[in-house]
Design a protein around this ligand. Structure first.
Ligand SMILES: [Zn+2]
Length: 280
């Protein structure tokens, strides 16, 4: 029979050393590494037996029972003795908790599944799982990236920007903060049922060109008309990335809803042959 300390948490690579409970009933589970590969240098792959120091981290994990567990992972930091290796030291890590990760992979996956299944939003996930909104959003974005299929090119492409109401800041795994881009550029299929094709951070010409170039030349060649507002960065981007497409300028905005904007604008653009201000 397998050692129960290895699999009672269901977290591969660690084993339970002991569990404590304080006067408030909060349980703290102390983990040790149970993965021989964790002693291998990530740079050269050579196993090390030279322990430099021991560290205790506090990774956040899924709730366990009705009350969440406090987790303490007691890790070793090894020195790599290989003469030609650039990595002088490394700390144990496992697949579920790679270097600098503070949240287990299964917690991120649970957040992504909660948002992706349609019954929750990132803000609601933060009330159920131990993570902030940016982390929940990033988990879902990574999940979505794995599922996204290649977009079908529209005959009429709409491009416009939206803006967040308030600036947001995001903390990366290393602990430093950076302000998230407040504007998003949105790409909409105005000729078919495609709706919102994609979004990208920023509203500069480069932002638009990069997104369009990322679709490939065959994709871009199928776009006959581009609908944009009177915005010089977008106009320059279309000239650069879609030089053969006709441009249609519109004064409409779509702050309320990309879908509603799409419907209104589609009504104003009956077809590629009729553009409001051709040649602009
Ligand atoms: Zn090494």
């Amino acid at each position: 029979m397998r050692d129960g300390t290895r699999f009672c948490l269901g977290l591969p690579g660690v084993a339970v050393n002991r569990v404590e409970q304080d006067a408030d009933g909060v349980r703290t589970v102390h983990l040790g590494t149970d993965d021989e590969a964790a002693a291998a240098c990530p740079e050269c792959g050579v196993f090390s037996t030279c322990v430099r120091q021991r560290r205790t981290t506090r990774p956040r994990d899924l709730p366990y029972g009705e009350v969440a567990l406090e987790v303490r992972w007691h890790k070793r930091q090894f020195a790599c003795r290989e003469r030609l290796c650039k990595q002088q030291a490394f700390t144990e890590s496992i697949d579920e908790l790679p270097p600098y990760a503070r949240i287990t992979g299964r917690t991120r996956r649970a957040a992504a599944a909660a948002v992706g299944s349609g019954w929750s939003v990132a803000a609601a996930v933060t009330k159920e799982l131990p993570m902030s909104w940016p982390i929940a959003h990033a988990a879902f974005a990574a999940h979505a990236d794995r599922l996204l299929v290649e977009l079908v090119a529209p005959e009429v492409l709409g491009i416009d920007e939206t803006r967040r109401r308030r600036p947001r800041w995001a903390k990366n795994e290393a602990g430093s903060w950076s302000r998230l881009e407040r504007f998003e550029t949105n790409f909409v299929d105005l000729s078919g049922p495609g709706g919102l094709l994609g979004q990208t951070a920023g509203r500069t010409s480069k932002t638009v060109v990069d997104w369009l170039d990322g679709r490939g030349e065959d994709w871009k060649a199928q776009v006959q008309v581009v609908v944009i507002d009177m915005c010089s960065p977008y106009r320059a981007a279309v000239q650069q990335a879609l030089p053969d497409a006709r441009r249609s300028l519109t004064g409409s905005t779509w702050c309320a809803s990309p879908t509603r904007w799409s419907r209104r604008s589609a009504a104003r653009v009956p077809g590629p042959a009729r553009t409001s201000r051709p040649g602009r």
